[in-house]
Design a protein. Structure first.
Length: 274
């Protein structure tokens, strides 16, 4: 118990707890939209494209997350633009941005003089290394996401489940799509430090898949996604700290264990009702 109390006296641990909460809000909200809209593959393309910005950031000596944000936004808008204008099939566009981002990142990291110390944190995450600045940025993003989904909820709902109907009733579908793609890109980048590029897609889909087992309502799905993500993140954080194993992988493994347990419980409950 003393050890647990002592943990809260450390800045890095308090930052990790705040990061878990803010990550759960941002990924829970935007992830519910991603799963409802069935654009998980697009999110994967943006995630891996952001690695190009990390490589350029290291090479130029700037914050890698700034480079990742620029690359992720470029990829998100590029995928949306080519899909809307029919110049390239969406799956092909995703593959191009995905491959280009990874290739650019690898090349520029190779060209960067000396050893790249924090690369593993960006690839696999390190929630205990989240800085005060990153916490502030995550807080701002969480506030923006909550405001957007509060005031644009009905429009987002129509677009998520029936884009053609949304266009027919005169909603600004393209503008909202670009806004949401921008928010997806920023959510991905600011959560890279939590679980890393390799695993961030899981944080955007596993809690939402759990929520989807219990409800098909988008508003309830968002709330449950945030809750499941927070519980899984905190449990994974404590397990990783005491077991001295990587935090990002432990958080995802914990969420997967929760998902399997919930899926089994739901299946058993349905069989008993028959």
């Amino acid at each position: 118990m003393n050890t647990l109390i002592e943990l809260f006296s450390y800045d890095f641990f308090r930052h990790a707890l705040l990061a878990s909460l803010l990550s759960s809000i941002t990924c829970g909200v935007i992830g519910a939209y991603i799963v409802s809209r069935r654009i998980v593959f697009i999110s994967g393309g943006i995630t891996h494209a952001s690695f190009g910005g990390i490589g350029i950031g290291y090479f130029l000596g700037i914050n890698p997350l700034l480079g990742a944000a620029l690359f992720a936004i470029l990829a998100a808008c590029g995928i949306r633009f080519f899909a809307d204008n029919g110049k390239l099939r969406e799956d092909s566009s995703i593959a191009v941005w995905w491959s280009a981002g990874m290739a650019v990142g690898i090349i520029f990291i190779y060209l960067t003089p000396g050893y790249v110390p924090d690369l593993m944190n960006y690839l696999f995450g390190s929630i205990l290394a989240v800085s005060t600045t990153e916490i502030k940025l995550m807080f701002i993003l969480a506030a923006i996401l909550l405001l957007c989904f509060t005031f644009l909820y009905r429009k987002i709902l129509y677009i998520a489940f029936n884009e053609e109907f949304a266009k027919a009733i005169g909603l600004p579908v393209n503008r909202i799509n670009y806004l949401l793609m921008l928010l997806i890109a920023l959510t991905i980048v600011l959560n890279i430090r939590i679980v890393g590029i390799i695993l961030i897609l899981s944080l955007l889909t596993i809690p939402q898949a759990m929520a989807n087992l219990l409800t098909g309502d988008l508003k309830r799905m968002i709330a449950l996604s945030v809750l499941f993500s927070l519980v899984g993140s905190l449990a994974g954080l404590f397990i990783s700290f005491y077991a001295d194993i990587p935090s990002g992988a432990t958080i995802i493994f914990t969420l997967i264990a929760f998902y399997l347990a919930l899926k089994y419980s739901v299946a058993v409950g349905k069989r008993r009702k028959r």
